[in-house]
Design a protein around this ligand. Structure first.
Ligand SMILES: [Zn+2]
Length: 135
């Protein structure tokens, strides 16, 4: 019997390039838009797509997630989802979303994004809410 590999991050690898040194490497689709360290020149960079993941499935890049959390009408559906899942409240300072936990502390948006993307169920729900965004 074959071993089932539940890790959907494996097929989710996008080919990206370092804007500083042009080195190409693979990174999970959901990390796109997040700051990363270039494996070649070690600069703190936001890698650019060279080739999208072949089967990104229901994953969303961080860039897309931030847009959904910021733009109407998406944010009106996304913010209540996040409150339902984590009990976090989303407020806006201008157009910048600020998410706080029950204790009133500001939540790190990159960490929240990674948390959502580790759950295939949350990932899928968010993807369908984002549906119109991709068309
Ligand atoms: Zn580099």
């Amino acid at each position: 019997m074959n071993v089932h590999v539940p890790d959907n991050a494996r097929r989710d690898l996008a080919l990206v390039g370092c804007p500083d040194c042009a080195f190409r490497f693979e990174t999970p689709n959901y990390r796109l838009g997040m700051q990363q360290r270039c494996p070649e020149c070690a600069a703190a960079i936001k890698p650019k797509y060279v080739r999208r993941a072949q089967d990104a499935g229901y994953s969303l890049s961080y860039h897309t997630f931030l847009q959904l959390l910021t733009m109407r009408p998406y944010r009106d559906e996304i913010a209540p989802l996040i409150e339902g899942w984590f009990g976090y409240r989303t407020e806006y300072r201008g157009r910048t979303p600020v998410v706080s936990n029950a204790a009133g502390r500001t939540v790190d948006l990159e960490q929240m994004h990674e948390m959502i993307q580790t759950s295939s169920r949350w990932q899928e729900i968010l993807y369908w809410k984002a549906g119109k965004f991709f068309r």
